[in-house]
Design a protein around this ligand. Structure first.
Ligand code: NCD
Length: 303
């Protein structure tokens, strides 16, 4: 595999291979070694056209732990702002002997376009409303770490599904590993054609129904930056009908795991006490993100 662009195009075996490799990488992290030679002769560049805290930092930490030369390209101060095209930026990185480019872009498909035009491996760190494969991989890793496997688990993904690349990547990935997914959003935030090709998918407008008996509940941020017009009446009303509250989660399985890709908006899609509760895995997701990104960097650069 040269690139990691999405989970839609991977099969269960390829996804499992990444997750198994991540188990080994996590051992390196928890042993506090934080130094391997897996990427000692490789260079990694992060090219983020959209805001990020977790994804970018964890890719950079993963690359550094594995001994890579890292360049973090400040898009706002780079030649991108002088009108350089994505292909020319990619060719520049090729000329600088970059082995892996991690790109986040507001346009769906931008990483795919870049991958076709550069020699370097390309990892999609989130493209528009399309996919965010490493986020879904770390979500799957976190669930599998706790529950053993995803097979037969009921997973409710609740929130702004329409604008969420995290929901799409999880839909493809988790369903391939045998989870039963329920997507839940108000009508204006649920695309009509989502997941037509996915088995065992439920679409639910009522969040209490979606949560009922769920083993995993994942909240999604309202992507206000991608909304062109008001798609919800008010944030308060949204919280009442779709927010993850203690009361709503009472309907879930007693061992329910609460996930959220972050950044969280407390009191909007998730209440503060739910985010901080014992069964919230939000911080574990962040830690696991490093292990998963180490695994992906390793697998793509192994020649
Ligand atoms: C997500 C993203 O950027 O797609 N965040 C992340 O990578 N952890 C979700 C979001 O921004 O709401």
């Amino acid at each position: 595999m040269k690139d990691l662009l999405g989970l839609r195009g991977l099969d269960a075996h390829e996804i499992e291979n990444i997750l198994t490799t991540a188990v080994e990488m996590k051992k390196i992290l928890v042993n506090n070694v934080k130094k391997t030679n897996h990427l000692s002769n490789k260079s990694v560049a992060t090219l983020f056209y959209e805001n990020s805290t977790r994804t970018r930092t964890s890719f950079e930490i993963a690359a550094k732990f594995m001994g890579a030369v890292l360049s973090s390209i400040p898009v706002a101060q780079s030649s991108v702002r002088k009108g350089e095209t994505l292909i020319d930026t990619g060719k520049t990185l090729d000329a600088l002997a970059t082995d892996v480019i991690v790109i986040r872009h507001e346009v769906s498909g931008a990483p795919h376009f870049l991958a076709k035009n550069v020699k370097a491996s390309v990892i999609n760190g989130g493209d528009g409303m399309n996919e965010h494969p490493t986020q879904a991989l770390l979500d799957m890793f976190t669930v599998a770490e706790e529950k053993g496997s995803l097979k037969g688990l009921k997973v409710a993904i609740i929130g702004d599904v329409k604008h969420s690349r995290v929901a799409r990547s999880n839909l493809w990935g988790m369903s391939k590993l045998g989870a039963e997914i329920t997507l839940c959003a108000p009508g204006t935030l649920m695309p009509k054609d989502i997941g037509l090709a996915v088995k065992n998918l439920k679409i639910e407008k009522n969040a209490d129904e979606a949560v009922r008996g769920a083993d995993v509940v994942m909240g999604l941020r309202l992507q206000l930056e991608r909304m062109t017009s008001g798609l919800i009446p008010s944030v308060g009303e949204y919280n009442e009908f779709y927010g993850l509250s203690e009361k709503r989660l009472k309907g879930a399985d007693k061992d329910v795991m609460v996930l959220h890709p972050g950044p969280i908006n407390r009191g909007v899609e998730i209440d503060g006490d739910v985010a901080d509760a014992k069964n919230s895995f939000i911080e574990r997701q962040v830690t696991n993100g490093v292990a998963v990104r180490m695994a992906v960097l390793f697998l793509l650069t192994r020649s």
